[in-house]
Write a protein that binds this ligand. Structure first.
Ligand code: FAD
Length: 508
């Protein structure tokens, strides 16, 4: 019987927890090391968030959970979600009238889901806890790793030795999965072993959380009456430079986020009493949903956080380490894909490892071929394939997420944007054989590779321009020529008269 492998997962966020579940399902010994305390302990505050926040979960994340081998996971997660079938754009007309405009995400009625990030994470931890081959190490911070010798060092948080220094432990592993977020220590140590290309960019936008409270006086037997605005939409108050969004929560409240350039935050920090009028000017209707004093308090109390976009390559070192999720490709949150892409990483990685029959005792007939050396070189090939497959896709969604910020805060109301959406959706509904879909639908409701989504969407854009030119431009041009040849004489004298008038005007 082949020896079990030891898989060490660093980071017990949604991606690390799902990766641990995939590895444990395949029979390996799994150890999870997490910097913070157990998330299920009510006193633990989620990293970067003042409380557990709501995220948009879509097909890629759902599909990764579907393939986890734990059907109850998906049932449980889905039961606590709220479908958001489109955007609700809030604005003000030139006459001062406040309006709402619903824009469905999909011509076929598909929806993305608002999910409590902490709830999803806790469910994963609960399942892992019940597995005999999984061990948790909370309050353990990765401080060093030698990927050639397969050894790592962790500092135990809050525990000091008799010398007053933090206690450190040394462990060994066969495979380390780094799912320790945007500021990944695994990635940092991996860079010492491999020639990793690395690019990070802070966009000049900060974000801060607010909350629209539930209606307290809503009747108990009418759960929908608890919501102050439609619960089935992702609400957007677009501003050219700023954006305010609201995502529904199960309890009737909304998690809201202000995105604005750092200079705006600085201005509001100096003059906090201008916060309500700033909202009235840029995000009409918000002060009717959040009391002005609550806006000021939240702005003061909640952190003003940066947004980072990270691209790197390769994602692995030899046969011993791989980074997933934000550790590999943190992205700005404007496509609602960060967590979804991270969960998809897990499905793709384990699909490739399975193909090479590496994780667990799936292919243990040939004992010889399961020797440690052979397994290690097979795993190296699998991890290299993972990097080759996944890097172009992760880079593509990073770019799309950056582009979508412009779309969300300004293009959503532009006639060109709406015309393209209308044409693509009409073709998708009336000529399904053509396989046309909007880029948004391909990203959020399918599992096509992100890089293919970009290629297909570019192709569709060009075909639309050509089709539009063929259907409208060519007949117009032909009509123009016909007119010219019929009334050549009259047109020539008209042009001459205009030219003469222009010259006289210029001379004057
Ligand atoms: P993380 O969630 O960052 O987890 C990393 C874990 O590693 C943490 O628990 C951390 O404590 C631990 N850790 C860190 N360092 C160490 C160490 N040295 N040793 C041990 N453990 C360590 N995504 C979506 O899909 N949809 C959305 O709608 C969406 N909205 C978002 C809105 C905002 C405002 C932001 C900021 C992000 C949003 N995202 C969204 C992105 C999403 O939150 C992340 O992509 C996702 O949380 C990444 O998960 P992860 O497990 O890779 O990393």
């Amino acid at each position: 019987m082949a020896e079990k492998q030891k898989v060490v997962v660093v980071g017990a966020g949604p991606v690390g927890s799902l990766a641990a579940l995939y590895a444990a399902q395949r029979g390996d010994d799994v150890e999870i090391y997490e910097l913070r305390d157990d998330l299920r302990d009510p006193s633990t505050t989620p990293l970067n968030f003042t409380r557990s926040i709501n995220l948009a979960l879509s097909e890629r994340g759902i599909n990764a959970m579907r393939h986890s081998g734990q059907p109850k996971l998906l049932d449980h997660v889905m039961a606590a979600t709220i479908p958001m079938r489109g955007r609700m754009i809030h604005g003000k007309r030139p006459n001062g009238q406040i309006f709402e405009q619903a824009q469905d995400y999909d011509a076929h009625g598909r929806a993305i889901l608002a999910v409590d990030r902490g709830g999803l994470n806790k469910r994963l931890l609960d399942i892992l806890e019940g597995m005999p081959n999984v061990t948790f190490y909370f309050n353990h911070k990765l401080t060093g790793a030698d990927f050639r010798k397969c050894k790592a060092w962790f500092e135990i948080q809050g525990k000091e030795s008799s010398t007053g220094r933090a206690r450190e432990i040394e462990i060994d592993f066969d495979l380390m999965i780094g799912a320790d977020g945007a500021h990944s220590a695994v990635r940092y140590h991996m860079m010492k072993f491999t020639r990793m290309d690395y690019h990070q960019e802070y966009i000049d936008t900060l974000w801060c959380e607010f909350q629209i409270k539930r209606k307290e006086d809503a009747p108990e037997n009418e759960p929908m009456a608890r919501f102050r605005i439609s619960p089935n939409h992702l609400h957007i108050w677009p501003g050219k430079e700023f954006m305010f969004i609201a995502i529904p929560s199960d309890d009737g409240s909304f998690t809201c986020t202000l995105f604005a350039p750092s200079e705006v935050f600085e201005r509001l920090e100096i003059n906090p009493d201008q916060i309500p009028s700033f909202f009235d000017h840029h995000f009409p209707g918000v002060t009717a949903l959040i009391q002005p004093y609550e806006l000021i308090t939240s702005f003061h109390q909640n952190p003003h956080l940066p947004l980072i976009s990270i691209k790197c390559k390769p994602y692995h070192y030899g046969s011993s380490a791989v980074v997933l999720g934000d550790a590999a490709h943190a992205m700005v949150p404007f496509y609602g894909q960060g967590m979804n892409a991270g969960l998809e990483d897990v499905r793709i990685l384990f699909g490739i490892l399975d193909k090479h029959s590496l994780i667990g005792g799936r292919d243990d007939d040939d004992e010889e071929s399961r020797s440690a050396v052979v397994r290690s070189s097979q795993r190296e090939a699998a991890l290299a394939e993972y990097t080759a497959v996944r890097a172009p896709d992760a880079h593509a969604i990073n770019d799309l997420a950056l582009q979508n910020y412009v779309e969300m805060r300004s293009e959503v109301l532009s006639p060109m944007y709406r015309l393209r959406k209308f044409l693509e959706e009409s073709l998708s509904v009336h000529l399904p054989g053509l396989g046309w879909q909007t880029k948004y639908a391909r990203v959020s409701f399918g599992n096509e590779r992100y890089s293919e989504v970009v290629a297909r969407s570019d192709y569709q854009g060009k075909a639309l321009v050509r089709g539009f030119f063929g259907a409208v431009g060519l007949p117009l041009l032909a009509g123009g020529f016909l007119l010219y040849f019929r009334h050549r004489g009259a047109l020539k004298s008209a042009v001459r008269a205009c030219f003469g008038w222009l010259c006289r005007s210029v001379r004057r």
